[in-house]
Design a protein around this ligand. Structure first.
Ligand SMILES: N[C@@H](CCC(=O)N[C@@H](CS)C(=O)NCC(=O)O)C(=O)O
Length: 209
């Protein structure tokens, strides 16, 4: 199986960490930046990352890829069968993908991606995200964070993996999580798991160049 996309993308990192937690082996390929790559475009019609190729089957989108992983290898089950827990897991994936990435994306893009790619940087947009947009999104997470250290069902699920992924981007940004102590402890524990730690290390090396 080939998983396309740079791990700096929270969507790509989510699928890579999910595969690792499931014990699914993937070959990771990063399509060349800024150049049309026919092999990649064949699996991702809109050029978005991640995308997956498994033999003659291919599928884009992190959520679709994760559903595929869960179906081909049901154990360990990271999407609960219980209706309420399952719904909560999908909500947290949505919170991560749209609300947290939506709020923190301009910060990451303008302070890190722009530097890496040479794209113009909008520091005012980054500062707005940092001071106005991200804090209420983290306030919510602090409010709902269970004492068990897992977001749903008191065990590791897709919810923890999906929400932890953008926290690697916040780590690269040296975003101070001290005002959100439960979130800080949870994110440190999640990012120390081997499924995330290897990407934290590899990306930190890339960003320090
Ligand atoms: N809903 C998609 C979002 C994918 C996405 O927007 N990826 C960004 C990188 S973080 C991308 O490919 N951007 C390049 C582009 O929009 O051309 C998913 O979950 O995979």
């Amino acid at each position: 199986m080939i998983l396309y996309g740079a791990s700096l993308s929270p969507f790509v990192r989510k699928t890579l960490a999910y595969a690792a937690e499931k014990g699914i082996e993937v070959t990771h390929k990063v399509p060349p930046f800024g150049q049309p790559d026919p092999e990649f475009m064949a699996v991702s019609p809109f050029g978005k990352i991640p995308a997956l190729k498994d033999g003659d089957f291919s599928i884009p989108d992190s959520s679709a890829i994760i559903q595929y992983f869960e179906a081909i290898k049901p154990e360990p089950a990271l999407i609960p069968a219980d209706p309420k827990d399952r719904a909560r897991v999908i909500w947290f994936e949505e919170y991560a993908d749209t609300i947290l990435v939506g709020a923190s994306g301009p910060l990451f893009f303008n302070r890190i991606v722009a530097r890496l790619t040479g794209a113009p940087s909008d520091e005012a947009a980054a500062a707005r995200a940092e001071t106005r947009d991200v804090p209420p999104v983290l306030d919510y997470l602090e409010r709902v964070m269970p004492d068990s250290g897992h977001l749903v069902a008191d065990r590791l699920t897709l919810a923890d993996i999906a929400v932890a992924s953008p926290f690697v981007n916040l780590l690269h940004l040296r975003f101070d999580l001290a005002p959100w102590p439960k979130v800080k402890a949870w994110s440190e524990a999640m990012l120390a798991r081997p499924s995330f730690a290897r990407w934290v290390t590899a990306e930190s090396r890339l960003l320090s160049r």
